[in-house]
Design a protein. Structure first.
Length: 415
């Protein structure tokens, strides 16, 4: 998994920078804009199954096929609905025809997200190395194609097409690897009772995922319509570096979910202790990176993207401080899943998404892309820390976070 993340970091930083330099702020802004739309669709079509299905596979190991098949068809149906609604919306909005075409092409990748149930299966078995191998291979292929497109001076639409095919290529490799098991017939399984239970658990996760994407990505859509595609490109340059870095803490939280769920299920006295240690590792690692970025962001942007993107330096600094609280929220989501408190995620993220939209409306006209970054940071702090003080059910979680910040990892503090 670490190898995969290093490759993804390489792709996000070096290949992403290479593409941004080649396309320039305007075309890179157009590409980033349609990718934001795609990210919102994928967030919905995943249906929160990365947490719900992984948890259920750990707790009901004798019903793997039924659970995977049910999750697969839930995600497939959701993807079809999402694409139909998106196509209708894109057709009716005021946007140039090229951008509409790009959005429809990229949105097509949503249909392949249902094959991620194979990835979730490997995670539940603590065998994520297999899905990481598939992700790494598909990433190498798509990154190589992007470099080749630059070499042959290709048009923007080809970058859109290869981006849309990333999910399809990954799905192909996941099926190939998974075919070695005797579970591939899960495609033909569907259990109505499982579907009801999954939907009951996952709808808060879906809402929270969409809300997270809104308060992390809606800024790019609002920048597009309030400032222009060039500003989207500059803002996205900083976001590209942020995304590349944030993959590491996010992957760590996903990979440890089965362990956290198992400790909770066994009523282990080490449950809260391990959570505290994990929070501490995530918080302080992200803070160290944020501090370093604060003093080097201008140099990093100019070295990476060139003078055309120099306005992204301060945005990058703000985003890296946002990563501290985003990573904390990612660990909190695993806690909520283990505690079956998924509704808490939905409540906080909906409130934060609404707050972010309001702040963007206020701050973008005044401060431009800097205002958008400030709005995201403010909402992330609110969603992943301040709101804990307002909920009496989260006293334990708040204590765990404070212990993690102060390096209190003794077992007595976890009881």
């Amino acid at each position: 998994m670490m190898t995969e993340q290093l490759l993804r970091l390489f792709s996000g930083v070096f290949v992403g920078i290479y593409v941004a330099r080649y396309l320039g702020p305007d075309q890179f802004g157009a590409l980033s804009y349609v990718l934001t739309i795609s990210a919102l669709l994928i967030g919905v079509s995943r249906m929160g199954m990365d947490s719900v299905l992984t948890r259920d596979l750990v707790q009901k190991p004798d019903r793997k096929k039924e659970l995977m098949g049910t999750a697969f068809w839930i995600m497939t149906i959701t993807a079809a609905i999402c694409y139909a609604l998106t196509a209708t919306t894109i057709y009716n909005i005021q946007e140039d025809n090229e951008t509409k075409l790009y959005a429809l092409i990229v949105a097509g990748s949503t249909f392949f997200t249902s094959f991620l149930v194979i990835d979730f299966y490997f995670q539940s078995q603590i065998q994520a190395k297999y899905s990481s191998l598939c992700k790494s291979t598909s990433l190498i292929i798509t990154s190589s194609v992007k470099v080749a497109l630059i070499f042959y001076k290709s048009n923007l639409i080809w970058f859109v097409v290869i981006t849309a095919l990333e999910q399809a290529i990954l799905a192909t490799f996941l099926i190939i690897v998974f075919s070695r098991t005797n579970l591939l017939t899960f495609f033909f399984k569907f259990n109505t009772q499982d579907a009801k239970e999954m939907l009951t658990s996952c709808w808060p996760m879906v809402i929270s995922s969409v809300a997270i994407l809104i308060y992390m990505r809606i800024d790019q859509i609002m920048i597009r319509h309030m400032l222009g595609l060039r500003e989207v490109g500059i803002y996205s340059a900083a976001a590209k570096l942020f995304d590349a870095w944030f993959l590491l803490p996010y992957t760590l939280t996903i990979s440890l979910l089965p362990i956290i769920s198992k400790l909770k299920q066994e009523n282990s006295s080490f449950y809260k202790l391990r959570l505290t240690q994990f929070f501490s590792m995530i918080i302080w690692t992200c803070m160290l990176v944020a501090i370093i970025t604060t003093f080097t962001s201008e140099y990093i942007i100019k070295l990476s993207f060139g003078d055309e993107y120099k306005e992204a330096a301060l945005v990058l600094t703000i985003m890296m401080w946002t990563a501290v609280f985003s990573a904390t929220g990612s660990v909190s989501a695993r806690y909520f899943s283990a505690e079956r408190m998924e509704k808490k995620i939905a409540t906080r993220t909906i409130a934060s998404a609404i707050l972010n939209i309001i702040l963007n409306f206020v701050l973008i006209p005044i401060y431009g892309i800097i205002g958008a970054a400030i709005a995201t940071l403010t909402c992330t702090i609110f969603a992943n820390y301040l709101i804990d003080w307002l909920d009496k059910d989260l006293k334990d979680l708040l204590k765990i976070k404070h212990n993690a910040l102060l390096f209190r990892h003794q077992l007595k503090d976890s009881k």
